[in-house]
Structure formats: C-alpha cells, structure tokens
Design a protein around this ligand. Structure first.
Ligand SMILES: CCCCC/C=C\C/C=C\C/C=C\C/C=C\CCCC(=O)SCCNC(=O)CCNC(=O)[C@H](O)C(C)(C)COP(=O)(O)OP(=O)(O)OC[C@H]1O[C@@H](n2cnc3c(N)ncnc32)[C@H](O)[C@@H]1OP(=O)(O)O
Length: 154
C-alpha cells in the first residue's frame, strides 16, 4: 500500500504559521486521515516552544496545532464531500470561527504530542470538530472547533 500524503502537502498556497508548508519559520504540522471522519497528527515540540516552566509545552502552541489540525481536516473533508482530491479544481479554504481549548494536564516539551480530530457535524459553510491532544498517552487538552468556509480573497 502506498504511503498516505499529508493533507497539508496536497493543498498548495498555504502560508499559515501552524500548517503552511510554504512558511519556512512555521510549525509545519502534518495531518493524515485515520478512519472515515478522523484525522491524526504527530508534532514534536522544539525546546523554545516551552511555557514559563521549560519542561512544558506552551499553551498558545497547543492551541495553534489544534487549530491547524482541525481546520485542515475541515478543508480536506470539504474536498472529499465535493468528490475531488485536495488541491484540485476551485480552491476550498476554511478559517477558524471558534476555538475552545480545555487544558487538562501539562504536555512535556521533549515528547511528541498526538492530536486526534473527529468531524462531529458538517454543513455547506461550517464544520464542527472535536480534538484531543495526548502526550505520553495522557489527555493534555481537548477542544471544540468551528471551521467556517471562506472565499479565496479572504
Ligand atoms: C494561493 C492563495 C491562498 C489564498 C488563501 C485564502 C484563504 C486562506 C484561508 C484559510 C487558511 C487556509 C489554510 C490554513 C488552515 C488552517 C489555518 C488555521 C486557520 C486560522 O488560523 S484562520 C485565522 C483565525 N480566524 C479568523 O481570523 C476568522 C475571523 N472571522 C471571520 O473571518 C468571519 O467571522 C468568519 C469567516 C469566521 C465567518 O464570517 P462569514 O461572514 O463568512 O460567515 P457567517 O458569520 O455568516 O457564518 C457562517 C456560518 O458559520 C457560523 N459561525 C461563524 N462563526 C461562528 C462561531 N464563532 N461559532 C459558531 N458558529 C459560527 C455561523 O453561525 C454560520 O452558520 P450557518 O451557516 O449555519 O448559519
């Protein structure tokens, strides 16, 4: 079986700090389908992504990777619903309408974090997703995200 290409690497023109392959100084997360309505992402923090205490991952970085993983999932899902491969035909973009994060436990700076996103509901213009972020098998954050479809000129 051929290896799956990351969602982000199928969509050209994305300069986002969290997920844009075209942002050289960004986090460049990679998300993959992992079941019908689920995606997965593994992100290895860098030492300077720390919170006040140096051993923990910064909360803003946690919010960013959740934001990007879920919004990219909504974009890939919209291509799928349209019956097209991501990045083909007219561009489909979503922006974050709502991002609500619950920080449940600190995430270690020196261990990979795993993100699992699930599509809960979709309509023409918006997608509701849940996301769980794990570090060393422990739930460190959960989130609810509303991704809203925006035009090319957004
Ligand atoms: C090569 C060319 C490249 C061009 C790139 C172009 C675009 C790029 C766009 C995205 C980036 C692409 C890829 C990157 C992927 C992920 C990166 C992370 C994403 C971000 O980092 S992005 C930055 C932070 N983000 C913002 O900067 C948004 C500011 N904001 C707005 O721009 C508007 O506010 C907007 C668009 C959100 C909505 O405005 P709007 O006028 O289009 O739509 P409207 O208000 O009518 O809402 C429509 C339906 O969404 C529901 N809805 C809206 N807001 C809701 C909320 N908060 N909670 C629950 N439901 C909500 C309504 O209830 C209605 O639902 P219903 O249809 O059921 O009635």
């Amino acid at each position: 079986m051929s290896e799956q290409k990351a969602i982000q690497d199928q969509i050209p023109g994305n300069h986002c700090f969290g997920c844009g392959p075209e942002n050289e100084r960004g986090l460049r997360i990679k998300s993959y389908w992992d079941g019908e309505d689920k995606t997965r992402c593994e992100f290895l923090p860098l030492p300077h992504h720390n919170a006040g205490p140096q051993q923990y991952l910064n909360g803003g970085i946690i919010a960013t990777v959740i934001d990007c993983h879920t919004v990219c999932t909504a974009i890939a899902d919209a291509y799928r619903q349209a019956g097209r491969d991501p990045g083909t035909g007219d561009k489909i973009w979503y922006a974050t309408g709502k991002l609500e994060v619950n920080y449940r436990a600190p995430a270690a700076i020196d261990k990979p974090v795993i993100l699992e996103a699930t599509i809960i509901e979709r309509s023409n213009r918006k997608t509701l997703l849940h996301c769980t972020l794990y570090s060393s098998g422990r739930v460190c954050a959960t989130a609810e995200v509303v991704a809203v479809r925006v035009p090319d000129n957004w």
